[in-house]
Design a protein around this ligand. Structure first.
Ligand SMILES: [Zn+2]
Length: 257
């Protein structure tokens, strides 16, 4: 009769966890067991993943850039961009006879597929040409150069009037003028510098102030999450605390420093 320990068959008794018994590995005469591989440990967190595409500022920007309907920052509803009525039959350039409605829709769609303001300015730089006016008798307030507008249709430049150009793209004259202001003497567009000026950024908080706040927060006692300890490493502050209380305590602490 074979000796048994706690009901186990001794001869067939295996270490509980083969991977952890490194000594057995060294002394074993047979083929070496595979070495323990350190599996990458998945970060224990319940914190939600950051999805910048869903940030309000980015969805707003994407809607503006693609001409989709959206609400302006002041809450006004802005309908989607669409081809507007053309210059009609009275136009001296006779645009309607040279550009069909279908071609207008294609031009419109191509323009609004350009992502980023820089690309749109480039479009205007390619499709709007300025010429110096020959006559010097114009009043000072009048434009000193005239603009000629074009669409590229089937690989050819087709001249259109300003109304046709703007109504097809459903834009104001503003972006065309801006693109012209951006063109340097060498004919190249200067890069889009919007949103890069620190003075326009609201509430710039100095690193020194942030460090001071972090130091104060680190002084509060923290506890591990009780029920969800197995799924997270996050630590929690006393539930009776809130931002307002912590802020007033911080102000007192700063005065004491
Ligand atoms: Zn026209």
């Amino acid at each position: 009769m074979q000796e048994t320990i706690l009901g186990h068959d001794v001869e067939n008794l295996e270490p509980e966890n083969e991977n952890l018994s490194s000594e057995t590995e060294e002394s074993a005469a047979g083929p070496r067991r595979p070495k323990r591989v350190n599996q990458p440990v998945e970060k224990r967190t319940r914190k939600r993943k950051v999805n910048k595409d869903k940030w309000k500022c980015n969805t707003h920007k994407a809607a503006v850039q693609s001409g989709a309907e959206h609400f302006s920052k002041s809450g006004k509803f802005i309908p989607a961009k669409a081809v507007q009525p053309s210059c009609g039959t009275s136009c001296r350039f006779k645009c309607s006879s040279r550009v069909t409605e279908e071609e207008r829709r294609r031009v419109h769609s191509r323009y609004w597929k350009i992502y980023g303001q820089q690309g749109k300015w480039n479009w205007h730089a390619r499709h709007v040409k300025t010429f110096d006016k020959k006559s010097n008798n114009e009043k000072e307030t009048r434009r000193k150069c005239s603009r000629h507008y074009f669409f590229t249709i089937k690989g050819k430049e087709v001249k259109v009037c300003q109304t046709m150009y703007l109504s097809t793209l459903d834009i104001s004259d503003g972006s065309v003028i801006t693109s012209y202001k951006k063109i340097g003497p060498d004919g190249a567009l200067s890069p889009d510098k919007r949103g890069q000026f620190k003075t326009r950024r609201p509430r710039q908080i100095s690193e020194h102030l942030k460090d001071s706040v972090r130091e104060h927060i680190s002084m509060f006692p923290r506890v591990e999450a009780h029920y969800i300890r197995s799924t997270t490493n996050r630590e929690y502050l006393d539930p009776t605390l809130n931002i307002k209380k912590m802020h007033s305590m911080y102000l007192e602490w700063v005065v004491e420093q």
